[in-house]
Design a protein around this ligand. Structure first.
Ligand code: AMP
Ligand code: MG
Length: 275
């Protein structure tokens, strides 16, 4: 069984049925050992992905404040070539962004062939915070699930590999993390009174997440729920999911590179013959 939970298309997600502290019997040391091994395999696959230049790779990270989006990015980046990878962070829309349709800023950040882009938050904020805070009318955000599915489908049709991760922590774990930040002067810069205010809306966010996960997990652009109370398990789950999604492409990427290599060798041989 994979460490993260794949959300079946058109399903009703009930987050309370999922254990955010799940570790599948692993302890930290065992998980870290597995992470290093799997990470090395991912590094090789991601390098092939880059060199072959056939498919864009889009990794979407969502989760509440303190769910570990930044830490996950730092840890998965260790296994990725910085030349082919970048992070796009989505904040409160700027006036220019807000003057456009909600996917405008998203589409500008999607990866090109061979490129990997990690979304730190994403267009899903437009059915999460926007819904929870009534930033637009209900009939506006309600239509967005379908719009998002069509948008992601069009990315997949042009070769993009789309993987979406919801980092799921419990409400208690969030409290622990917020208090830890308050007690550690080195982490206080991450604090924001807004985090405590958002926390009061926990239930609304869970509902909004359940809808987004259920309505927008498609066969082509699936959502994965990552048990994220234990950071070491979270990282292992994300790396495993990316690795498993890239693996089926390995053969065709290698074949493409072999063909390019064979052509280069033939060109050189012809050049040497003619000298
Ligand atoms: P952070 O991830 O802590 O840097 O915070 C970014 C903030 O921007 C979060 O509170 C997000 O919910 C918020 N945000 C991102 N996208 C949108 C959006 N489309 N509309 C409103 N707020 C957003
Ligand atoms: Mg924040």
């Amino acid at each position: 069984m994979p460490y993260s939970k794949l959300v079946k298309p058109d399903s009703k997600v009930m987050l309370k049925e999922i254990n955010p502290s799940k570790t599948d019997g692993l302890d930290k040391a065992a998980a870290e050992e597995k992470l290093v091994k799997l990470g090395e395999k991912l590094r090789e696959l991601q390098e092939l992905h880059f060199a072959a230049g056939e498919n864009p790779l889009l990794l979407v990270l969502q989760g509440c404040d303190t769910s570990g989006k930044d830490g996950t990015i730092r840890n998965i980046m260790k296994f990725m070539n910085p030349q082919s990878t970048r992070v796009a962070s989505f904040k409160v829309p700027t006036p220019i962004e807000a003057a456009h349709d909600f996917l405008w800023r998203t589409h500008q950040q999607t990866p090109g062939k061979g490129e990997t882009v990690i979304f730190n938050r994403s267009h899903y904020e437009d059915v999460l915070i926007v819904r929870v805070h009534d930033l637009v009318e209900k009939d506006v955000w309600q239509k967005r699930y379908e719009t998002i599915n069509e948008f992601e489908e069009s990315l997949v049709e042009s070769g993009t590999i789309v993987l979406k991760f919801y980092l799921y922590i419990s409400k208690d774990e969030q409290e622990k993390r917020l208090l830890a930040r308050q007690q550690d002067p080195r982490k206080a810069w991450k604090l924001n009174v807004g985090d405590w205010k958002e926390r009061e809306l926990w239930k609304d966010y869970i509902e909004a997440y359940e809808d987004a996960l259920g309505k927008c997990s498609t066969k082509k652009a699936p959502w994965h729920i990552v048990p994220a109370n234990e950071k070491w398990f979270r990282d292992l789950a994300v790396v495993e999911t990316i690795h498993d999604a890239l693996k089926p492409y390995e053969e065709s990427w290698r074949a493409k590179l072999e063909a390019i290599g064979a052509k280069a060798l033939a060109d050189i041989a012809a050049y040497e013959k003619g000298r």
